[in-house]
Ligand binder design. Structure first.
Ligand code: SF4
Length: 460
């Protein structure tokens, strides 16, 4: 029996595609958000205008994620729905991109034959050509474009559209792929081996952003602090790249995500301390708080080596912000190992943690290991969330009355009567003020009240 999604009578989704418009639906990490921005720029170069939702767009791109099962399920469900839409609206163009597209391209095409094209993670610059072809009516010749590979490995460096729109804050990828091969992670398969962008390309892009009004850049890489190996111009350590970017006029703040603990060295810590443009915040994924657990995860550090970095950071910068990622319910996780993770949360006193229940990714070594029962994983996740919340609340309470330097983003999305911004150490603060006067400015804000999500305060 065919796997193709069939149109059931009465099940047509209500849509109203407007000619000359596009929508990019994004799942996943900051790298995907940045890729989606690139896709939007390419579509705008074709003269297309953004639509409010996919239901109103003629060109619909889905930028997918494979890190957990949930976003994959969501993407497959929307692709199926769009395949149905296309039966009634053949003028609609549907493209699927991102990690899931890289990994499951053939399956996507087979189940959804009306999808116009499926592209890999390094093919974004091909979008204009593919969309033009589809708009010109070759839409039923569905195309599959996957990147250059050596064996099974993606090797190309994606081209970038540097005519970016002026934004206060911008992401800048500096590295693609990953060489670490953690046993739970599919990224080295979907995004390929680690490749650093040439330093002069990055500098040129950040200069252009600064000319367009960007004040804060966040440098992106799967293991961002291992940037710079094997570049044609010779090795350029990440700490050196930060210094070079800090010299670009107009760039007032530099952030980066995510560093890999093993590669977090003293030269980087000193640059964070000494270069005013580099923010005193590290989002450093611990993932698990027991050495055996870390070994099974194939994380290349121990609890004690992680602790050494935390100690050095706090010794050199007592107010540094520290956040992390934790996975619970990893295969074989014993009660003792989970308790080890809780003990680490207590010991390291992270300002916040992004916590996840392990989700097996087919094709990774951990998916073949003995799994923890679902309910055990759920219970542990709830316990961990409650545990960290207490730490966050207590830490936030202890910071009431302090003054932070804030870059004002504009109105707070959920409290538009207030402005919001982040401190250098990544604390979110809401405060009253006029948008026109303060948006994009750096101001000093004193915290008045703490909340689990951050603070309310006032400009001083
Ligand atoms: S460091 Fe590990 S978790 Fe991070 S992208 Fe690489 S393989 Fe995945």
């Amino acid at each position: 029996m065919s796997n193709v999604t069939l149109l059931k009578s009465g099940s047509r989704p209500k849509i109203n595609p407007k000619k000359g418009t596009y929508f990019v639906q994004t799942w996943g990490c900051q790298m995907n958000e940045e890729d989606s921005e690139q896709m939007s720029l390419y579509l705008q170069d074709l003269g297309l205008k953004p639509a409010q939702s996919w239901r109103e767009a003629q060109v619909i791109l889905l930028n997918t994620c494979s890190v957990r099962r949930k976003p994959e399920d969501k993407a497959f469900s929307l692709i199926g729905e769009l395949n149905v839409v296309k039966q009634k609206h053949p003028e609609v163009v549907i493209g699927v991109a991102g990690c899931m597209a890289q990994l499951r391209a053939k399956e996507i095409k087979q189940k959804n034959p009306l999808v116009d094209f499926v592209i890999g993670t390094a093919q974004i610059s091909q979008i204009p050509g593919l969309v033009e072809e589809a708009l010109q009516g070759r839409r039923f010749q569905s195309r599959l474009e996957l990147p250059e590979r050596k064996g099974k490995i993606v090797t190309s460096i994606p081209q970038r559209n540097l005519e970016r729109t002026g934004k206060l804050k911008a992401y800048v990828p500096i590295q693609y792929g990953c060489d670490k091969f953690c046993s739970f992670c599919i990224v080295p398969t979907t995004r390929g081996r680690e490749r650093s962008r040439p330093t002069d390309h990055i500098i040129a892009e950040v200069r252009r952003l600064a000319e367009l009004g960007t004040k804060e850049v966040t440098l992106l890489g799967q293991t961002v602090n291992s940037y710079g190996k094997n570049l044609a111009e010779g090795n350029v350590p990440f700490s050196q790249l930060l210094q070079l970017i800090s010299g670009i006029p107009g760039i007032e703040r530099i952030r980066y995500t995510s560093p890999y603990p093993r590669d977090f060295r003293t030269d980087l810590i000193e640059v964070i301390r000494d270069v005013p443009q580099v923010m005193e915040h590290c989002h450093m994924p611990l993932q698990g708080g027991n050495d055996n657990l870390l070994k099974r995860m194939k994380r290349l550090y121990t609890v004690e080596s992680f602790a050494k970095i935390v100690d050095e950071l706090r010794e050199k910068m007592p107010d540094v912000g520290l956040t992390t990622d934790i996975i619970v319910g990893f295969p074989g996780e014993s009660e003792e190992e989970f308790e080890g993770t809780l003990a680490c949360m207590q010991r390291f006193q992270f300002d916040n943690a992004y916590t996840f229940r392990y989700s097996p990714r087919p094709g990774t070594p951990a998916a073949e290991m003995e799994q923890v029962p679902t309910q055990v994983g759920k219970d542990r996740l709830n316990k961990l969330i409650a545990f960290q919340k207490e730490i966050t609340v207590a830490k936030n309470e202890s910071c009431v009355g302090k003054t932070y330097e804030i870059l004002v983003d504009g109105p707070a999305p959920k409290h538009p009567e207030m402005l919001q911004g982040l401190s250098r150490c990544f604390r979110l603060i809401h405060f009253p003020g006029e948008v026109d006067k303060y948006r994009g400015e750096i101001v000093n804000v004193k915290t008045i009240e703490s909340h689990p999500w951050g603070f309310t305060g006032k400009i001083i």
